[in-house]
Design a protein around this ligand. Structure first.
Ligand SMILES: Cc1ncc(COP(=O)(O)O)c(C=O)c1O
Length: 305
């Protein structure tokens, strides 16, 4: 259960948590054309709080909206300010931020022109998505029988509500099977991403992640690539197959919710030593230092509240 907050920012005003409601004929509820973001804020070591890469998340929200022809009736600066204001109004110093842009009620059917575009921002406390133990010990993943969408069926540069049916089904399937997270292959059979994460592997000291062709351009993915470059770890963006993951030395997922979650087993095969490897741990440690504001070189990634 989401822990209830006090207020939700809704079209420029605050609504009480229980009162931020929509009409059943809201267009997005029927057809899925809406976009959203997942953002985190963290307590920093100076006793304050900061949003991780706020500008990049808001830019991606606008990119997603542009891709599906939604015009957000606020500027980027207004959305950034609204996110900061919502955190303050809820006195939340560490947790999750969910902006959503959706089409409201009015016309029905597939070609609509006059339905209002609504924007809401909710925040709530949310710990480790896959659990604290997952961050420390790693998880068991499984390749899903569901493929990631073909790039001409769903445009993966957008974080679009309707696309997540695919993620939900993949996640459901593997969790029901006793695993923690799903790996989705693209329509050609190459490794794409997790249900809500990007994927990395380490082999012979080189970090490798699928190119952005059929995956969401993850902001954590980008952070990991930047961190690896700083740590002189070679990085390659090139596609690979599921069996290349089986014989990888290390594997991990990245995402705002999952942060950096090591994978210790895939499809019942141990990955490397079957525990988080040295490269994963080095990158994970740097990432957690950065979000806590411990590394001045990366203070520009922190938007102070
Ligand atoms: C399908 C998918 N891939 C990757 C990611 C990781 O993106 P980010 O690191 O920006 O959260 C997410 C989460 O937003 C996602 O839903």
């Amino acid at each position: 259960m989401v822990q209830k907050g006090r207020k939700i920012w809704f079209d420029g005003k605050f609504a009480a948590w229980e009162e931020a409601q929509v009409h059943v004929l809201s267009h997005t509820l029927h057809y899925g054309v809406g976009v959203f973001e997942g953002i985190r804020c963290y307590k920093t070591e100076d006793g304050k709080s900061a949003v991780f890469r706020l500008k990049e998340h808001v830019d991606r929200l606008f990119d997603s909206a542009h891709i599906v022809l939604l015009e957000i009736p606020f500027s980027r600066e207004e959305i950034c300010a609204a996110i900061r204001k919502t955190l303050r109004a809820n006195e939340l110093t560490e947790g999750y931020i969910r902006p959503i842009v959706f089409l409201g009620a009015g016309e029905m059917g597939l070609f609509v022109r006059t339905n209002p575009v609504h924007v809401a921002i909710a925040v709530w406390p949310w710990g480790a998505y896959l659990g604290e133990k997952a961050l420390r010990k790693g998880i068991r993943a499984k390749v899903s029988s569901f493929n990631r969408h073909h790039v001409n069926a769903a445009m993966s540069k957008g974080k679009v509500n309707g696309y997540y049916v695919n993620s939900v089904l993949a996640k459901w399937e593997v969790v029901k099977g006793g695993y923690d997270e799903a790996v989705l292959l693209d329509t050609e059979g190459y490794v794409a991403e997790g249900s809500g994460e990007n994927i990395f592997m380490v082999r012979n000291g080189t970090l490798q992640t699928p190119p952005l062709t059929s995956v969401l351009p993850g902001i954590t993915r980008d952070a990991v690539i930047t961190i690896a470059q700083r740590l002189d770890i070679p990085v390659k963006e090139a596609r690979f197959t599921r069996d290349e993951l089986y014989i990888a030395d290390e594997m991990f997922f990245t995402g705002t919710a999952a942060e950096i979650t090591p994978v210790r087993e895939l499809d019942d095969r141990k990955i490397g030593a079957g525990k988080p490897g040295p490269v994963t741990r080095q990158i994970q440690a740097a990432f957690f230092d950065i979000i806590r504001g411990k590394i001045p070189l990366f203070h520009h990634w922190l938007d102070r509240i």
